[in-house]
Design a protein around this ligand. Structure first.
Ligand code: ZN
Length: 348
């Protein structure tokens, strides 16, 4: 069986934004309890989380911003954004979230593990260079990518973002940089407002941002088809040396914030597709990091299927799911993305 790493730490649950906030510690409580059930325990390598180095976080965020978040440490409540607040423990949790993902990336890239999933919070993909946003303090996946480039000299990293929301912070971080390809599917128009078809990157980064904005109602068949028809050829041509996934579970069919219809089995299919692409391009090196997901039990069940797939405890065939796709939903969408992106990707 392939060795799959997980990052888990009780300190991630100390970050708390108030009783009614959907991005709650309960999310990880449910996931961690599932990991200890008899059918899951013992199947994964626990990676110790370490806080990120401040200088690594500053590869993505402005120093004044990092210091601003640091100044919230030990302070009971700080307002940062209409959706984002901190408590006394939030800074430490956020440093540990970015650092935990770096640990996972290091273990996978060095070959110690086959793949890994950083089960961390706060999430990261909305955090901007100068600004906390949308439940996010530091952009974990962006810090992880920059850290990997710095430590291993990687010249091509693919970031796939299947969270319900567009990862504005991640896109902005890399939009002028061809060494990181950002591919996102997201509900649109919706929070945070970015992620239109024609946002394709800027300057030298033109063509290295791929946005697939979606109306509500996309389910397993549509998602797998979109990734198969768009991500697979682009990734095969790009040949990443490492794949990172902003894994959000707010595309789950029962999510209170989202309008998508993905089931736990659909997440397994998406995971298998990432693994297949990684196998073809980079020896299977794929690392996931937790973003959103606000139906506690749905997220738990979906994370379980993702982990089972990563560890080879189940082997889903995503091609079987494409037959479920509604061509009226995917047909014109695929054409539209291809018409924008085919100037940059000859295999589309
Ligand atoms: Zn989200």
């Amino acid at each position: 069986m392939k060795k799959t790493g997980i990052v888990r730490d009780k300190k991630y649950m100390e970050h708390w934004m108030g009783e009614y906030h959907p991005e709650s510690p309960t999310r990880l409580e449910a996931i961690y309890a599932m990991l200890d059930e008899p059918d899951m325990a013992g199947n994964f390598v626990n990676l110790p989380a370490r806080p990120a180095d401040k200088k690594d976080v500053m590869l993505v965020h402005a120093s004044q911003y990092v210091e601003r978040i640091e100044s919230t440490a030990g302070v009971e409540y700080t307002y940062l954004d209409p959706d984002t607040q901190t408590c006394a423990a939030s800074y430490d949790a956020a440093m540990l979230a970015a650092g935990g993902l770096c640990q996972a990336i290091g273990a996978v890239y060095s070959g110690e593990l086959h793949n890994a999933f950083a089960l961390v919070r706060p999430p990261g993909h909305h955090a901007e260079k100068f600004q906390a946003k949308g439940f996010c303090l530091f952009n974990n996946v962006a810090v992880g990518a920059r850290w990997a480039q710095k430590n291993f000299g990687i010249s091509r990293i693919l970031i796939v973002d299947w969270d319900l929301h567009h990862g504005n912070g991640t896109q902005h971080c890399f939009e002028e940089d061809p060494s990181v390809l950002y591919f996102s599917t997201h509900q649109y128009p919706y929070y945070p407002g970015s992620g239109a078809f024609d946002e394709v990157g800027r300057g030298k980064g033109r063509g290295f941002t791929v946005n697939v904005p979606l109306t509500i109602g996309h389910g397993d068949g549509e998602y797998v088809t979109i990734y198969q028809e768009l991500l697979r050829p682009i990734a095969t041509e790009y040949k990443p040396e490492l794949i990172l996934v902003s894994a959000g579970f707010d595309i789950y069919y029962g999510d209170p914030l989202g309008g998508m219809n993905v089931t736990p089995q659909g997440f397994a299919g998406l995971t298998r597709m990432m693994m297949d692409i990684a196998e073809r391009c980079c020896g299977g090196k794929v690392v996931l990091t937790l973003e959103g997901g606000y139906n506690i039990l749905g997220e738990r069940d979906s994370v379980k299927e993702v982990l089972r797939e990563l560890a080879g405890l189940s082997v889903t065939n995503p091609s079987d799911m494409t037959a479920l796709a509604n061509p009226e939903m995917t047909g014109s969408l695929l054409e539209r993305v291809k018409s924008v992106q085919s100037k940059y990707w000859k295999d589309l």
